[in-house]
Design a protein around this ligand. Structure first.
Ligand SMILES: [Zn+2]
Length: 265
């Protein structure tokens, strides 16, 4: 699962607390307020998918670009990942999957199927912890654990396993991004959230996505659930079918994150 708060940082900057800073009687309160806002903002930036305070991360191409990248987190998941692969194949669309290492160990054959179908697989840690609370050693262990699981399942051929990494819950701080890059991994976030982790009806997922699409988008969806294998992702599978139909008819092309990154270069 990954999540993002529903508010924007710009809204915080217009709050009454910051406006009261010019009243001397309010100064103490205001400073406390500013400190609190700072902490809230810092917390927000550590989780917000498009926040860049803690280091540059890829969140999509320029607004208006007629390209969309579908990304799926928390797999491989039995049986929904395979059903999703069928839908993507029907549309001849390639997507990007951020896999959890311990699930790859449980279902290596599904990880192989994803790669065989031409999709991109990336690193989503071994056990899906919130990395902002982990030590440097633990962060390294999570990233290398997932990498080893992917190599055991798919093979050592580095062309089959991408260097892309998505932090669980979107949580990061400078150390998380630095360690990932030291290990040769490129952090990838997103700009459109499908809010599908609680398995809402497909229409809800589609509406949430439609409200955020502006072109050049990276859409966050889930083919698995980080709490257990077998999470129901049938509605995400149906939503994927509908989203591809709808945005292809509007002239959008669907591609993988590496394809998007090439386009950017
Ligand atoms: Zn996740």
């Amino acid at each position: 699962m990954s999540f993002a708060p529903d508010f924007q940082i710009t809204q915080l900057q217009h709050s009454p607390i910051t406006q009261s800073i010019y009243n001397p009687c309010m100064l103490g309160l205001a400073l406390t307020g500013v400190a609190t806002l700072g902490a809230v903002a810092a917390g927000y930036q550590s989780m917000a998918p498009t926040g860049q305070w803690y280091g540059r991360t890829f969140t999509g191409l320029g607004r208006g670009t007629k390209q969309i990248a579908l990304t799926y987190d928390d797999g491989p998941n039995d049986p929904h990942t395979l059903r999703l692969l069928e839908v993507l194949a029907q549309h001849d669309v390639r997507a990007t999957f951020f896999l959890i290492g311990r699930y790859v160990q449980l279902r290596p054959e599904i990880a192989r199927e994803i790669v065989k179908a031409g999709h991109i697989v990336g690193n989503h840690t071994f056990t899906h912890p919130l990395l902002i609370f982990k030590s440097a050693a633990e962060i390294r262990q999570e990233l290398s654990g997932c990498r080893s699981a992917l190599q055991d399942a798919i093979g050592e051929d580095s062309s089959l396993i991408s260097n892309l990494f998505r932090p669980p819950f979107g949580g990061r701080r400078p150390a998380v991004l630095r360690i990932a890059r030291e290990m040769g991994l490129e952090p990838v976030m997103w700009n459109v959230t499908g809010y599908d982790w609680n398995a809402p009806p497909c229409a809800v997922i589609e509406q949430k996505v439609a409200k955020q699409i502006r072109g050049g988008d990276v859409i966050l969806l889930h083919d698995g659930g980080h709490k257990h294998m077998g999470a129901d992702r049938s509605q995400t599978v149906v939503a994927t079918d509908h989203l591809i139909n709808s945005y292809k008819s509007e002239g959008y092309e669907f591609g993988t994150i590496p394809q998007m990154l090439e386009g950017r270069a």
